[in-house]
Design a protein around this ligand. Structure first.
Ligand SMILES: [Zn+2]
Length: 427
């Protein structure tokens, strides 16, 4: 950023209360040519017309028309409402370029008649690679886009699909395999120099404190997966608050660091349980990753935003949300976020879907799996046909597929990813 060069948008956006973190990130990351913006940029546009952002960075080559559509701005309705479209524009730029390793890429604003306007914006050079980490160079990887790898640390007997067959009173009596499976995952991530986010169940943390410490010592982010693995919408707000706090405190005591991320059991923050987001804000969480924008019998908010964003809670507060990954296929949302979908879909289809999020949408994705998914030798539990199919199919293929995935894409933690997108405070 050029010294003494104050981006114009700071003054204009100051009234947006939910964007304070974004503003902080912008101060560090974006250097707008504010003279050009003032003299020839958005303020000079015709009110009532829509404008498009055209990105000329390398990862968008060949995707210009799709990108222009995706980044379509709300119509500018004259100077009193300038703040909203400008904010949208800057948010788009920030999301795209903080997710990429970019160096002084040029962006242009296009008017509807495709007349090029010489408004240029400069993004500071930013390299976010882990020490010693090389760029992925094969065809699937999109240089610079760092996705989030997540592991929901629980045992095979905690799984919601098997809950009708396994009473929770029997959990302590069953053979636990979570430690050995998680250690295998840790070794695989270490080999591939990948750091991820581990959403740990409080019930597991209480019984396996050393595992939690080892995850943190490996440089991974420790986050919260609740305590009991009860679905959020089957709990009262008070029960949810209490068990989430219990789990968060437990993890923080073990790691000595603040736990800022949360994922609900079976993605059970759905329309009827959005109140849980308020509890998360109250408990000091900075982000949630529980919303799955799909139709499913147990979870999902079809039509919900698919990219990382800040979501407004029912009481009007806001929290960062990173929805589970879906790819657009023939107008439908195809879940490609990991877990059962990663086991059931052929690898090439998961790879295509994830690649399309990186390439066509220029957006990072979030991927998840469970330690029991790399364990074909786990004890078999009698369950319904559907649950058996969902739980046991292709367990023997996951480790191999995961190894390929780690080579095909770049990954990091959720916290770092959201910070890079300007959706969390960088401190
Ligand atoms: Zn879970």
């Amino acid at each position: 950023m050029v010294e003494g060069h104050r981006p114009l948008e700071l003054a204009q956006l100051r009234q947006a209360p939910d964007h304070s973190n974004l503003l902080a990130a912008r101060r560090r990351s974006i250097d707008l040519d504010h003279h050009a913006l003032r003299d020839e940029g958005i303020q000079g546009r015709t009110p009532g017309k829509a404008y498009w952002l055209m990105c000329q960075s390398s990862c968008c080559e060949g995707q210009k028309s799709a990108l222009a559509r995706q980044h379509s701005l709300s119509p500018i309705r004259g100077s009193p409402s300038m703040q909203a479209p400008l904010d949208h524009l800057l948010q788009t730029i920030l999301r795209h370029h903080r997710a990429s390793v970019t160096s002084h890429r040029k962006l242009r604003i296009l008017c509807p008649v495709r007349r090029l306007v010489p408004t240029s914006m400069t993004i500071e050079k930013r390299h976010e690679g882990l020490p010693g980490e090389g760029e992925r160079s094969d065809s699937a990887s999109v240089a610079g886009i760092r996705n989030a790898l997540t592991v929901d640390v629980e045992d095979y007997f905690h799984v919601s699909a098997l809950a009708p067959s396994i009473h929770r009173d029997t959990w302590d009596l069953r053979e636990s395999r979570v430690v050995s499976n998680t250690r295998r995952l840790l070794a695989l991530l270490q080999e591939n120099r990948v750091r991820g986010t581990f959403f740990i169940l409080g019930w597991v943390a209480e019984r396996q404190p050393q595992l939690v410490k080892d995850i943190a010592a490996g440089g991974h982010e420790v986050a919260c997966h609740g305590y009991s693995h009860r679905l959020v919408y089957e709990q009262s707000p008070e029960e949810f608050h209490d068990e989430t706090r219990r789990s968060k405190n437990l993890l923080e005591d073990l790691t000595g660091t603040a736990v800022v991320g949360y994922r609900a059991a079976s993605y059970s923050i759905v329309r009827k349980s959005l109140w849980a987001l308020d509890a998360l804000v109250e408990l000091g969480f900075a982000y949630d990753s529980s919303i799955f924008p799909v139709h499913h019998d147990r979870y999902g908010i079809p039509g919900a935003a698919r990219s990382p964003h800040r979501i407004i809670t029912p009481s009007g507060a806001s929290i960062a949300e990173w929805p589970l990954a879906t790819a657009k296929l023939l107008g439908c949302s195809l879940p490609v976020a990991g877990g059962g979908y990663f086991r059931l879909l052929p690898y090439w289809l998961s790879r295509w879907g994830l690649q399309s999020i990186n390439r066509k949408e220029c957006s990072p994705f979030i991927f998840y799996l469970h330690p029991w998914e790399i364990d074909p030798g786990q004890p078999r539990v009698a369950a319904s046909f559907l649950s058996t199919f969902r739980h046991y199919t292709n367990l023997d293929k996951v480790e191999r597929r995961l190894t390929r995935l780690l080579g095909d894409f770049r990954f990091g933690t959720v916290r770092d990813g959201l910070k890079g997108l300007g959706l969390l405070s960088a401190t």
